[in-house]
Design a protein around this ligand. Sequence first.
Ligand code: HGY
Ligand code: MN
Ligand code: MN
Length: 416
Amino acid sequence: MAAPAQNLRINGERLWDSLMEMAKIGPGVAGGNNRQTLTDEDGEGRALFQSWCEAAGCTMGLDQMGNMFARREGSDPEALPVYVGSHLDTQPTGGKYDGVLGVLSGLEVLRTLNDLGIRTKHPIVVTNFTNEEGTRYAPAMLSSGVFAGIHTQDWAYDREDAEGKKFGDELKRIGWRGEEEVGTRKMHAFFELHIEQGPILEAEGKDIGVVTHGQGLSWTQVTIEGKDSHTGSTPMPMRKNAGLGMAKVLEKVDEIAWSHAPHAVGAAGHINVFPNSRNVIPGKVVFTVDFRSPDLSVIEDMEARLRVEGQKIADDMGLSISFEKVGGFDPVAFDEGCVTAVRGAAERLGLSHMDLISGAGHDACWINRVAPTAMIMCPCVDGLSHNEAEEISPEWAAAGTDVLFHAVVETAEIVE
Ligand code: HGY
Ligand code: MN
Ligand code: MN
C-alpha cells in the first residue's frame, strides 16, 4: 500500500483547540476533568463531538451501548472501514487527554483529509466507546467488550453504580442509546492513539510509543466481614475489625506484586468501609484488587495467592472473606501488520520511537479480538495519569496524531 506523502501533517493547533474545548465540559476541581460515563456531562461531550463530526461531513452511527461512529466515505463503499478512536469518558479526578486524545486525533485525521482533498478507498470511522474507564460501572472497557463479544449487552445493562443506578437506564436517560445492534460493524483495522500513562517514553526521550503488546489485567472484588462495634468501649481482644483485615490483605497484595518484580503491579483503588463512622470499628469492607502483568501465568499466580493468603488472614482474625472476579483480560499481542504501519509512519516522519507494552488497559485490547489492531502512544509529563494534573505537550499530541494519520491513511489506501 502506498504511504501518504512524507510531508503531510495534521493541524496541531486545531487539534489542541479541540482538546481544550472538550476539556471545558465536566471540569474537575484541579484543572482536569470529571466527565464520568453516562452523566449529563458525558452527554454534553458526546453532543460536542457529534457536532464537530457533522461539520466535517461525517454521517453518524450510534449503537445500543452508546458507542458513537463518525463515518467519512471512501471511494469503495463496500470496503471495510478503517476505524480509529478511543473514549471520551474520564475518571472522577481524570486528566484532559486520557481517551480524549484518541477520539479527537481521529477527528483531526478526517479534518486533515478534508483540507487536503484526499480520498481513500476504505471509509474511515472515528469511534467513541462508552465507559472505557470502568469507574462508575465496572468493568473497564465495558462497551468495547460488548462490541467484541466478551460481555452480553443484558449483563452490561444491569451493571449498577454506587447509587444503584443501572447502566442501561442511565444510557437511556442521557439520550445516547442508539438502535444499532452492537458488534455488527466489521473493521478493516482499528488504530488507537493514547497517552502512555506511564514514565517510559518521557524518560527515554522518545516522541512515539509503537505499542506491540498490552499487559493483562485482573480485578478481584474482596468482601471482608467482622462486627461493627464501639471504637472506645470494645476491648482489643474482642474486636472483629474488618478494616484491619483489609489492611493486612492489602499489605499482602503489595508483597505478591513485588515478588514478581519488575513487571507485575498490584494495588486497590476502590475501597468502601461500612459503616465508615469515626467511632465504629468497621464491620464490613469491600475493595477491588487490581493486579496486572504482561505474563498471564503471573496474573494467575497473583490471583491464586490473594485468595489463599486472604483466607488465612481472615481465619486468623475470625473474619469472613469472599472473592469475586469483576473484571479482567489476558495480555494482548497487537496485529503485526498494523504495528508495522505505525512503526513505518514514525520512521518516515523522522520521529524518535520505541516499542512499548501498554501498562494500562484500552478499548484496543478488546477490539484486537475482532479486528487487526494497533496502538500509538505519546509521552505524558512525569508519566502521570488518572490524576487531574495529567499533562502532555501540544508537540507530543501533534506528533502522535501525525503518526496516526500516516498509519490510518496508508491502511485506508489513498485513491486520489
Ligand atoms: O484501567 C485501565 O487501565 C484503563 O485506564 N481503564
Ligand atoms: Mn484511557
Ligand atoms: Mn483511564
